[in-house]
Design a protein around this ligand. Structure first.
Ligand SMILES: [Zn+2]
Length: 287
């Protein structure tokens, strides 16, 4: 067993059921989750949805068999028109939401927030090799049901996901049949039934090991070393400058006439990058 000192250390625990060919993952996030909306004023419902999407992204990146990253995006035409989280095999996550209308307190489902035509796009990008993209219509009400639909459609592996987020803590559990396994539906259903007894309160306050014991004390589990999850943005001065390169020279001249310094703010982490006129002339306008 691996023990953690605090229940709310941001971590992902992976486990397998020794005699059932099913894998499980448990993720519990607090600091990394709160960092997502530092300096922003998202409505509460959006904070919760970002938390669920963050927990889901962490669970999905843990299934990668290679180095790379996964992005989960939901596009829609509701009061929120875009929400995304990216994560990589090192469990470094970042994300954002674009809110275009007022989000009232009573809205919570994917359809209410992102509209009836919402689409979930999952993009898996290995560091070496080809990118894979899967798209599913957001037919269910929850992020968990969307991701389950994605697995049923694209991977055809029985998968169940539980996601929780309240603006302070975000957590999730995933159960998945191992590929080419001989697990019966009954075995999987039994584990789903056990996992279903988790409560939102327990998943926030108990340590990962306590939760696994509470849910599966009659099962034989193999636990893997926990992995730390953290917020990390991939933006840089160089990438930001490259983004400015897509602005036409005429437009840049116009902006520089109005202001001798251009400030670009990263949508993911709020980092501000400033470029002075001489710098931009040197870097961009000579190209
Ligand atoms: Zn950034």
């Amino acid at each position: 067993m691996y023990y953690t000192k605090f229940p709310h250390i941001d971590q992902l625990l992976r486990y397998t059921f020794v005699d059932k060919d099913v894998r499980g993952e448990l993720v519990q996030l607090s600091n990394s989750y709160r960092r997502f909306f530092l300096g922003r004023a998202y409505p509460r419902a959006v904070n919760r949805m970002l938390g669920e999407l963050m927990a889901a992204t962490s669970l999905l990146t843990a299934t990668l068999k290679f180095e790379g990253h996964i992005s989960l995006q939901i596009h829609g035409d509701g009061p929120v028109n875009f929400i995304t989280v990216n994560g990589n095999h090192k469990q470094e996550l970042r994300g954002l939401a674009r809110v275009r209308d007022e989000v009232s307190e009573d809205l919570s489902t994917v359809k209410e927030l992102l509209g009836p035509n919402a689409l979930l796009v999952i993009t898996i990008t290995p560091e070496r090799g080809e990118r894979y993209q899967g798209v599913v219509a957001a037919e269910g009400d929850t992020i968990a049901s969307l991701i389950e639909a994605y697995f049923n459609k694209s991977e055809q592996l029985r998968t169940r996901i539980w996601l929780f987020a309240d603006g302070e803590f975000a957590s999730g559990i995933m159960l998945q049949v191992l590929p080419a396994a001989g697990t019966s539906d009954d075995d999987f259903d039994h584990l789903v039934h056990l996992t279903d007894t988790i409560t939102e309160h327990e998943i926030y306050v108990l340590s990962g090991e306590e939760i696994l014991h509470r849910l599966y004390h009659q099962e034989k589990l193999e636990l893997y070393p926990p992995q730390r999850v953290r917020f990390k943005c991939t933006c840089s001065r160089k990438n930001t400058l490259n983004a400015l390169a897509s602005v036409s020279p005429e437009e840049l001249e116009e902006i520089l006439l109005a202001d001798s310094v251009i400030t670009m703010t990263c949508d993911y982490c709020n980092e501000k990058y400033q470029f002075t006129e001489p710098e931009l002339r040197e870097e961009l306008l000579r190209r």
